[in-house]
Write a protein that binds this ligand. Structure first.
Ligand code: SAH
Ligand code: MG
Length: 213
């Protein structure tokens, strides 16, 4: 049903699904929207095909690119949170064009304030990909909504390699250094958290995967 709708909308635009996805990537590139790197996406898609999550929570929708790609792997229902009105509008439009509006629900709020909207739901996977300085808060707020054996994946964990690179760290502005320091603290906290088994990979912009014990 969903696919029929998508086909109609896409054929109105005279686009195949892969051309539509390419157009999202092009838009992101031309407008500096930081969508997930190809390599990171491949990693995420592998996790999803192994794990087959029924429900996924995403923090940081942007234009809906990663949500659309994640849904396509095995039809997961996705709740995704975005606070920026322009990004939200793009995501809504793109998810409609894809025909996934019944399975990808966008919550137009700051993720620090969206807990009540979804507090009665349980997720098999959480994908954190919003403001880097707030990762620890996102993790603390939303990890209680994770099912047994659920996984939390975080993007941009190495922040262009800077988290691990002392020499480059010193060349950065104060605000970037603050951000890197926060991400570094988040790394440490994740690795020390005994409720989760975490691994951090040098894939894309750095991805972590934390499996609930
Ligand atoms: N997941 C997307 C990219 C997300 S970019 C993809 O790969 O396709 C990060 C997005 O998070 C931005 O659109 C930004 O507006 C949003 N964001 C940052 N902090 C947020 C917060 N506290 N609450 C909700 N959205 C946030
Ligand atoms: Mg990212």
């Amino acid at each position: 049903m969903e696919n029929v709708t998508a086909q109609n909308k896409l054929s109105l635009l005279n686009l195949s699904f892969s051309e539509f996805e390419l157009s999202l990537k092009e838009y992101a590139k031309n407008n500096n929207v930081p969508i997930i790197f190809d390599e990171g996406l491949a990693f995420l898609e592998s996790i999803i095909s192994l794990k087959q999550p029924k429900k996924i929570l995403e923090i940081g929708t942007a234009i809906g690119y990663s949500a659309i790609r994640m849904h396509q792997v095995c039809g997961s229902e996705i709740y995704t949170i975005e606070r920026d009105p322009i990004m939200y509008e793009h995501a809504r439009k793109n998810i409609n064009i894809a025909g996934f509006q019944n399975s990808i629900h966008i919550i137009f709020k700051d993720a620090l304030e969206a807990f009540d909207d979804i507090k009665d739901l349980k997720f098999d996977m959480i994908f954190i990909d919003a403001a880097k300085a707030q990762y620890m808060k996102f993790f603390d707020i939303y990890s209680p909504l994770l099912n047994e054996k659920g996984v939390i994946v975080c993007d941009n964990m190495l922040f262009h390699g800077l988290v691990l690179d002392d020499e480059n760290f010193l060349k950065q502005s104060r605000s970037v250094r603050g951000l890197i320091r926060k991400l570094g603290n988040f790394h440490k906290a994740l690795l020390e958290n005994d409720k989760f088994k975490t691994s951090i990979f040098d894939i894309g912009d750095g991805m972590s995967i934390s499996v609930k014990k």
